[in-house]
Design a protein around this ligand. Structure first.
Ligand code: FES
Ligand SMILES: [Fe+2]
Length: 390
């Protein structure tokens, strides 16, 4: 029996001394304290030090298929509009008019201009102010000074990423060797055949940590994923894997996309050594990508406060696969199975959240099989607190 002590959020929340035990070698390390998953102040700091500094995935570029296609989305309290320009480049802007701040576009669709409903100012798809009805340019006012605030956006392997930090590294530098590692999948040439949304009543990190946790699979996925024998897992090695990602490779034979005996998509044209399991990079800050033998999938986590997040999963296959006669039927099997598996993970994350919300919850520990979660938590800690130590 261990004596109970209340673990309320300390006033000096960002004092590094509260986190020294997380920094021990993993076998004696503690997990992040429970308040890191429940505290408004911690969450606000994550927004500034993680989500507004690192690249964030907003799904597949087919969300904006043609010049003029757009979607709107609020990310970390910033209303955004993502639009494909006449030059086919995907751009992101703050969805707030430079006249007097109105939201300009809602939902998604196609447009020739980004137009504000309040006084009908119009912006080009590239964000320049081009129309100000009943108001002329003058020595006091030049349209060129009133373009939309632009957020950096890049498409990597067909996925849209945004970054609020104007001085952030370009995606290819940011990802180090990852672009080369996943090049054989040719994900940028694939088509997105499904995008699914899942609300989760847990802190975003509980779901993200679960991605790096091989320990839960025999228990949480007892009747699903665990039916397929995993022979081993390779874990991220920072001396080998260079870039802002955290990977594991799970070894098993065949595809895990549908239960044994059910129809599968054809295998991708990959070298033999990449057909022995699935490569799972977690791209900081919010993208969990799976490079499998028959598809590529990406789940982006959208944080929605300390106790909630939302997942969006995109499924990508080669165009030739999507054109097969029984494709739709097979896809339904894949989606049905992945929904079951995801629900199992969501329930696990929501249980952790309920546990962490107790005043008596205390930091936990790690095992060799969830060691990667420790690496993940250190990454978080280095961003939120800094890595200088107490
Ligand atoms: S606030 Fe947009 S045109 Fe006036
Ligand atoms: Fe899982």
């Amino acid at each position: 029996m261990v004596a109970m002590r209340e673990m309320t959020e300390p006033k000096d929340l960002f004092d590094p001394r509260h986190y020294t035990r997380v920094r021990r070698p993993f076998h004696s390390a503690e997990t992040l304290p429970p308040w890191c998953y429940t505290s408004e102040r911690w969450y606000e700091r994550e927004k500034e030090t993680i989500f507004k500094k690192y690249w964030n995935c907003l799904g597949h570029e087919s969300r904006v298929p043609e010049p003029g296609s757009y979607f709107t989305q609020t990310f970390c309290d910033v209303p955004l509009i993502v639009v494909r320009g006449q030059d086919k480049v995907v751009r992101a802007f703050v969805n707030s008019c430079t006249h007097r701040g109105s939201i300009m576009m809602e939902g998604e669709g196609s447009c020739n201009h980004i137009k504000c409903p309040y006084h009908a100012w119009a912006f080009s798809l590239e964000g320049e102010l081009v129309g100000t009805p009943m108001f002329e340019e003058s020595e006091h006012f030049r349209k060129a000074d009133h373009g939309l605030a632009q957020i950096r956006a890049e498409v990597w392997n067909g996925l849209i990423f945004i970054n609020f930090d104007p001085s952030a590294q370009a995606m290819t530098d940011y990802l180090g060797d990852l672009t080369d590692r996943v090049a054989p999948w040719k994900a940028g040439e694939m088509v997105c055949v499904a995008r699914r949304e899942f609300p989760v009543k847990s802190n975003w990190k509980f779901y993200a940590e679960n991605w790096s946790d091989g320990y839960h699979v025999p228990f949480v996925h007892q009747t699903t994923l665990n039916k397929k024998r995993v022979s081993k897992r390779d874990f991220h090695d920072p001396s080998v894997h260079i870039g802002n990602y955290l990977m594991h490779y799970t070894y098993f034979s065949g595809s895990r996309g549908t239960p044994e005996g059910q129809k599968k998509f054809p295998e991708l044209d990959l070298p033999k050594e990449l057909k022995i399991g699935t490569f799972f990079p977690y791209v900081h800050a919010n993208a969990m990508v799976g490079f499998a033998i028959d598809l590529v999938s990406c789940t982006e986590i959208i944080p929605e406060g300390p106790g909630a997040c939302r997942l969006f999963t995109s499924t990508m296959v080669p165009k030739a696969t999507a054109e097969l006669p029984e494709f739709q039927e097979t896809l339904e099997l894949y989606l049905k199975y992945s929904d079951i598996v995801r629900d199992e993970d969501v329930i696990a994350a929501e249980r952790q959240q309920r546990g962490a919300e107790s005043a008596y919850a205390k930091p936990g520990c790690f095992t060799p099989q969830d060691k990667l979660v420790h690496d993940y938590d250190l990454w978080i800690l280095d961003r939120v607190i800094g890595n200088s130590g107490p």
